[in-house]
Design a protein around this ligand. Structure first.
Ligand code: PPS
Length: 570
């Protein structure tokens, strides 16, 4: 393996003087407001983290990357880095036109000359890049439900880096890291990619990887976007800082990577390797199921556990970075140390201890002891600070069902029961209340209903994040929107979907507000169940049937469910 070329890597930024000028001129251009993921992509495009890319992919490069993992000039590049936009915006753009790319506050970060504009075949992209057109894959879900329908491609001219206020001293561009390695005289550097807190096993395996490859170690965690539900990067960085002290002095450093992960397993491993090569590393640790997205909709793994290592190995020679395969480390109680599982010859004579990720989450959620052999006390303390036991966290109960099904009545009864118990503030976001206070301008088209539910989801996620209980009771007829809300909320606490399964016939028979009659007469259009669809929830946390049961009983079922989930103390 050749030693790293630590010469500066080309960036896409213009000089400071040109940037000042361009900022003013770009104010007149049509501008695109970048999504959080696009901001991450743009940062790594501009600072050379995605070299050799010079901008968002054009159509030929995109097709080639999707089909062959290579740009049209043959360079290895496994991930389509595309600028997705809405149809209305795309319709305004001519080929050859310059557009301004702005962050979410409106600051112009770059301009792009649009050379390509096309509507991608997203199912093909999903199949080829992520291995299946299955929305259980977070990137496929993003592709179909978040990304716009049109891609724009073209070279980017960088004006300024996205602004970060957090952990500034620990963020480095590829050139800053290269310069640091030069200065430290580090000729071999092994990078460890992570989106999780580090525990003792990680510390042990990274230390061994560095020792075996006679390299220094770079802990290179992703702080852009990771898998929905991951521990937030603020907590993780505090944990990493604690773990850094455990390595022998001056062998190890940490830098934060503003990458938006796709969880694409094998392709992602190759992509991660190229990114680390660009950051001046010579070696890269690839684990079992590297960047795996979890289970597909059939409950099976998307990728084989060693697919990522195999794909990396296949391309290693041309990548300019060597793979260090991750060893599965386990704790051997008798010897009070971590050892690679495949090197333990006396397996039947020793006690092997391990705690899975699921078990760790359970222990955190339920406030159960986490032993010192598993993690460092400083790390456990940080995790407990951010993840109090479930019974102290915020959560959302999301009732869905036809108009008149009894959602509001049950939600009201539940609210008073929860208030009687005390402990956390409770907010009721009832369909009618929301339509009066948050969504008064909206009607009942699909677009408006989606907007209404997303607003409710946003407010509920804020309540949940801040430790309160949100009770939502809209019709919420679309499964995809309910899922989006679930994802938003589950970043912060539990989402309990309750399907109030009163049949349409019963709702119509009750017709409390006289609306069904009007809907049947065609006097109210787009009425759920009559002239508008309702996607019945397939796997809600709870389904309550109001027929033949009183309200109190229904609300009590929800209370029991919340108890069973550990959300309220029994
Ligand atoms: S949605 O689809 O979730 O945005 O609907 P939501 O905000 O819950 O509002 C539903 C209440 O509005 C009344 N209403 C209608 N419902 C369904 N379809 C149509 N076209 C419609 N027009 C008015 C109705 O009273 C619903 O109240 P609830 O509390 O559900 O009975």
């Amino acid at each position: 393996m050749s030693l790293p070329n630590l010469a500066p890597i080309p960036e896409l930024y213009v000089s400071y003087e040109s940037a000042q000028k361009m900022k003013v001129e770009a104010g007149n251009l049509v501008s695109h407001d970048l999504s959080p993921r696009q901001i991450c992509d743009l940062e790594l495009l501009m600072n050379g983290g995605f070299a050799p890319l010079k901008g968002f992919l054009g159509q030929e490069d995109y097709d080639s990357v999707v089909e062959t993992m290579r740009l049209k000039d043959g360079s290895l590049w496994p991930m389509p880095i595309t600028l997705d936009v809405g149809q209305a915006f795309a319709d305004k753009i001519e080929i050859g036109q310059d557009i301004a790319l702005r962050d979410q506050e409106g600051v112009i970060l770059a301009t792009m000359t649009v050379t390509d504009k096309w509507s991608p075949d997203k199912s093909r992209e999903a199949e080829k890049v992520f291995g299946a057109d299955d929305s259980a894959h977070p990137a496929v879900n993003y592709l179909h439900n978040t990304a716009g329908p049109v891609y724009l491609g073209g070279p980017v001219t960088g004006i300024q880096q996205p602004v970060h206020y957090d952990f500034r001293a620990s963020r480095d561009t590829p050139n800053e890291l290269r310069a640091r390695f030069r200065k430290l005289g580090w000729r071999k550097v092994v990078a460890f990619q992570t989106r999780n807190p580090l525990h003792r096993a990680h510390q042990e395996l990274t230390f061994r990887a560095a020792r075996e490859s006679q390299a220094n170690l770079l802990i290179h965690p992703v702080v852009g976007m990771t898998k929905p539900g991951d521990v937030d990067h603020f907590t993780r960085v505090r944990c990493y800082e604690a773990v850094l002290d455990k390595y022998p002095a001056s062998t190890t450093t940490m830098s934060l990577l503003p990458l938006a992960m796709r969880m694409a397993g094998p392709r992602e491993a190759v992509w991660h390797g190229l990114i680390r090569r660009n950051h001046g590393c010579t070696h890269f640790i690839v684990g079992r199921d590297h960047a795996g997205p979890g289970k597909n909709s059939q409950g099976e793994d998307f990728y084989g556990p060693y697919d990522a290592q195999e794909l990396f190995k296949e391309h290693e020679a041309e990548m300019g970075i060597e793979m260090v395969p991750f060893k599965h480390m386990v704790y051997v109680q008798e010897r009070a140390q971590y050892e690679p599982a495949d090197e333990i010859v006396d397996q039947d004579k020793v006690t092997i201890l391990s705690i899975s990720g699921t078990e760790l989450r359970r222990r955190l959620q339920e406030g159960i002891d986490i032993p010192e052999w598993f993690s460092f006390p400083e790390v456990v303390k940080e995790l407990r600070r951010t993840r109090p036991p479930r019974a102290k966290q915020g959560f959302t109960v999301f009732f869905t069902g036809f108009s008149g099904s009894g959602k509001s009545t049950i939600a009201n009864a539940l609210m008073v029961k929860l208030m009687e118990m005390g402990g956390r503030p409770v907010t009721l976001l009832d369909g009618d209340i929301v339509r009066k206070n948050l969504s008064s301008e909206l009607g009942f088209s699909k677009e408006h209903r989606d907007l209404n539910i997303r607003r409710i989801g946003y407010v509920a996620s804020e309540i949940t994040k801040n430790g309160g209980i949100a009770l939502c009771a809209p019709i919420a007829p679309y499964a995809a929107t309910r899922r989006a809300v679930r994802e938003e909320i589950e970043q912060y606490g539990a989402f309990v979907e309750v399907h109030v399964a009163t049949s349409l016939e019963e709702c119509e028979k009750r017709d409390r507000k006289g609306l069904y009659k009007l809907a049947r007469e065609g006097k109210i259009k787009e009425f759920t169940g009559i002239s508008d669809p309702y996607d019945v929830p397939e796997t809600p946390e709870l389904r309550v049937d109001t027929e033949g049961q009183d309200v109190d009983n229904c609300a009590h079922q929800v209370v029991l469910k919340l108890e069973a989930m550990g959300l309220i103390a029994g």
